[in-house]
Write a protein that binds this ligand. Structure first.
Ligand code: NAD
Length: 311
């Protein structure tokens, strides 16, 4: 069942499976945009109410396509977009830029507000800027009614944790730190967000596609060994008659502290496979074999952003 979960203290009710829209911006390769729109509509019809995007994904393409897909449905969904990252190496977390650019995001998304605005990949901002400048500017956007709540996203758990300790935020989006390949989110972030009442969103349950069993794009930062684990993992799941993406998502859905697990979607087939995770019980024998298979590549990480943010 898609029983909504509350995001921290915001009162926002999120479906446990969230629709990550980066594939709509072709982050994982070319897609059929009409199929992407049908996937958005099917997801809404089936009760997925949380959608996440960023101006970075496809350098605005994902926002434009998601805006088209959500036309007529905006009031039925919880929508997050981001600010501060606008390209692979295009970062600007200044108050002026995020304030100006957010208007463009709203236009592309065909709405006058988002439910959650996240500073995108905060580890790329100069040290101190997020706390001193970005978050206060985002609070101003919130006061104007353009963002109901605000938060941060990024890779290095230490940077997310230090920021939460230094400034009040409503939600945090962490990725590639809790799925069948990695688990350190629970050492650092999970207890901290519980203590601070910050909503927790866990993204990339397939470790950015690897656990779906399909080839991943060239930009994928995981080591060749980690990337190579996807194929045998998929074969193992299929021996049990299960789709690998469904199994990997199911694992993440069992986390009690996460309000929503964001999975990247661009097709109706993936909407269906991902919804199947809700009623899946991973067989004990399969769990044991997955643990053994993935043990040699567990908890391997890459760095992101400023050197000191990865400490
Ligand atoms: P993911 O682990 O969700 O993998 C997405 C890939 O898996 C895509 O290629 C998709 O087509 C494929 N896929 C989806 N369902 C599948 C299934 N059932 N079987 C096989 N393959 C399937 O990685 P992601 O897209 O990076 O993460 C999800 C979302 O989280 C993003 O779209 C984005 O919205 C958000 N996110 C945010 C940040 C950030 O803020 N820094 C970082 C990563 C992700």
């Amino acid at each position: 069942m898609l029983t909504p979960q509350t995001l921290g203290k915001t009162g926002l009710l999120l479906s446990p499976i969230g629709f990550g829209a980066s594939p709509l911006g072709e982050a994982f390769g070319a897609i059929d945009p009409a199929e992407g729109t049908r996937a958005v509509h099917l997801a809404i019809e089936r009760g997925i109410n949380y959608f996440d995007v960023s101006p970075y994904y496809g350098t605005t393409l994902a926002e434009t396509r998601l805006g088209e897909g959500l036309a007529g449905f905006r009031d039925e969904v919880v929508l997050s977009t981001k600010c501060g990252r606008y390209g692979v190496a295009d970062f600007d977390f200044s108050a002026a830029r995020i304030t100006l650019d957010f208007e463009n995001s709203l236009r592309r998304l065909r709405t006058d507000h988002v439910d959650l605005l996240l500073a995108h990949d905060i580890e790329f901002a100069p040290a101190g800027q997020i706390v001193a400048e970005t978050i206060p500017a985002m609070r101003k956007l919130q006061a104007q009614g353009k963002a109901r709540f605000i938060g941060i996203s990024g890779l290095p758990l230490g940077e997310l944790a230090r920021t939460i300790g230094a400034v009040d935020v409503d939600a945090v989006l962490s990725y590639c730190h809790y799925n069948l390949l990695v688990s350190d989110m629970d050492q650092v972030l999970t207890p901290l967000v519980a203590e601070h009442g910050v909503g927790l969103i866990n993204a990339s349950p397939l470790h950015m596609g690897i656990l779906g069993g399909n080839p991943v794009p060239e930009w994928h930062p995981a080591s060749p060994e980690v990337q190579a684990a996807g194929k045998p993992f998929a074969a193992l799941c299929r021996r049990f008659g299960l789709e690998p993406g469904t199994v990997a998502l199911r694992f993440c859905l069992e986390h009690p502290g996460v309000a929503s697990t964001l999975i990247g979607i661009a097709t109706r087939a993936h909407v269906e496979e991902n919804l199947a995770a809700l009623s899946l019980e991973i067989p004990t024998e399969l769990r044991a074999q997955i643990t053994a298979l993935l043990a040699p590549v567990q908890n391997q990480h890459w760095t992101s952003g400023r050197a000191d943010s990865n400490a």
